[in-house]
Ligand binder design. Structure first.
Ligand code: ADP
Ligand code: ASP
Ligand code: MG
Length: 414
């Protein structure tokens, strides 16, 4: 029998009517003869509200207790969804991450899934229940509740689809699918009918929050094609799959804006072998992910080392950088939280020259100063001043004519 995993994001569950409408979709698939697993997020902005509640009590809450708290929203949603399905006359059972057999490592607030024991899930499916699983959560080896990082319900859905060998995985959200840029920021953004795992992975990692990047990574690794589709209409959304065999690839598929990074500069560190290794091993030891790194050589064998981190890691990054500055006899540490990163992504960039230059020109025409640059085979990113972020995104989108990039148009989906 066909097995389907459906995931509903927070905005698709924000009201009782929306919960009922999601329940009807699950029932529709069930009535068509499929086994259905539904993964749900917390309703609306409930996770944000939980975080605010904790911070009103303590500015830096204990990580383990934060995970226990943040997991509450999804637990509400599973019960409400099961109740909605019951009210429509069908069988459903809600399962927390632990009950669904999801085991993670013990890294609070960014835990990774290690294993999924699907026996309980399969038992419930055999009993012809629609099984509702709490997204974003699992338990570690000591049964502590863990969470997978903001937006992590997508990862729960893809991981379950892989573990259960599902025929389909549908990620329901509040837009028509994946667009060439966030349609809320770029009104001309175009709906993309099919996108390669690698392209969506880059877009998601570079700030397009339409999918949790780790979900796309998992889907690629386990070969799980999935759809990102609207919960408010019947359209098919965007198919995410492996397009690497395509003969012709577009040079730039989409653009993204990241506004949650900050730049840290350690000023005037000695310019000698081993210094960068010391700095970045200490930062890594504090479990801080560094994105971009730039070193500017200044006078007298001294250099400024700048790097970007997520704003949520900034207090710890500044602490480590301050200690290093003392140890290395550097001049001090500067922090700039007012930055944004605009990026373009496309697998076809590998074989098209001049893409980076065109992006720099688009920013220059807008008089937007570039603070840092990084490139890979399939992306170019520029760090700029935060207030210019949205304008930069629109300028780059426009420069690559992403609104009319290939033969499909947004209208095909409507
Ligand atoms: P959910 O609650 O369903 O998980 P999210 O808010 O996490 O939804 O993700 C959907 C949002 O992602 C959209 O409302 C949109 O503003 C944003 N987004 C950012 N980049 C893109 C993109 N390239 N395509 C579509 N949506 C995008
Ligand atoms: N509720 C969690 C969050 O807001 C997980 C998710 O929505 O995917 O980040
Ligand atoms: Mg999301």
């Amino acid at each position: 029998m066909d097995l389907l995993v459906q995931k509903f994001g927070g905005s698709s569950l924000a009201t009782p009517q929306k919960v009922l409408s999601a329940a009807r979709r699950a029932i529709g698939e069930f009535e068509a003869g499929r086994s259905v697993v539904v993964v749900v997020s917390a309703q609306g902005d409930y996770t944000d509200r939980l975080i605010t509640m904790a911070r009103q009590i303590h500015p830096e809450p204990n990580p383990r207790e934060m995970d226990t708290l943040m997991a509450v929203g999804e637990q509400m949603s599973i019960a409400l969804m099961a109740i909605a399905i019951h009210s429509l006359g069908h069988g459903a059972v809600s399962l927390t991450g632990a009950q669904a057999g999801i085991r993670t490592d013990n890294v609070s607030s960014k835990a990774r899934i290690r294993t999924i024991d699907t026996s309980r899930l399969r038992r419930e499916l055999e009993r012809e229940q629609i099984v509702i699983v709490a997204g974003f959560q699992g338990v570690d080896v000591d049964d502590n509740i863990t969470t997978l990082g903001r937006g992590g319900s997508d990862t729960t859905a893809v991981a379950l689809a892989a573990a259960l060998g599902a025929e389909r995985c549908d990620i329901y959200t509040d837009v028509e699918g994946v667009y060439t840029a966030d349609p809320r920021l770029v009104p001309q953004a175009r709906w993309i009918p099919v996108i390669d795992y690698d392209e969506l992975l880059e877009l998601a990692s570079l700030g397009a929050r339409v999918m949790h990047s780790r979900a796309v990574e998992l889907a690629k690794r386990y070969g799980v094609p999935f759809r990102v589709r609207p919960s408010f209409s019947e359209s098919e959304g965007t198919l995410v799959t492996d397009l690497s065999g395509e003969m012709e690839q577009v040079d730039v598929r989409g653009a993204a804006l990241e506004t949650e990074e900050a730049k840290v500069t350690i000023r005037h560190v000695p310019d000698r072998p081993g210094v960068a290794a010391t700095i970045f091993s200490e930062i890594a030891a504090a479990s801080i992910n560094v994105d971009m790194i730039v070193q500017n050589v200044s006078e007298q064998n001294r250099a400024d080392v700048s790097f970007t981190v997520m704003q949520r890691d900034l207090p710890r990054a500044v602490q480590v950088a301050g200690r290093l500055a003392d140890e290395l006899n550097a001049a001090g540490v500067d922090v700039n939280e007012e930055i944004a990163k605009v990026s373009i992504v496309g697998t076809g960039m590998r074989s098209h020259a001049g893409v980076a230059e065109r992006m720099f020109r688009a920013l220059a025409d807008q008089k937007i100063n570039i603070l840092m640059i990084s490139t890979s085979e399939i992306k170019v990113s520029c760090v700029i001043e935060a207030p210019a972020g949205e304008r930069a995104l629109r300028a780059v989108h426009n420069a690559f004519e992403l609104e009319k990039n290939d033969t499909d148009t947004k209208d095909d989906n409507e």
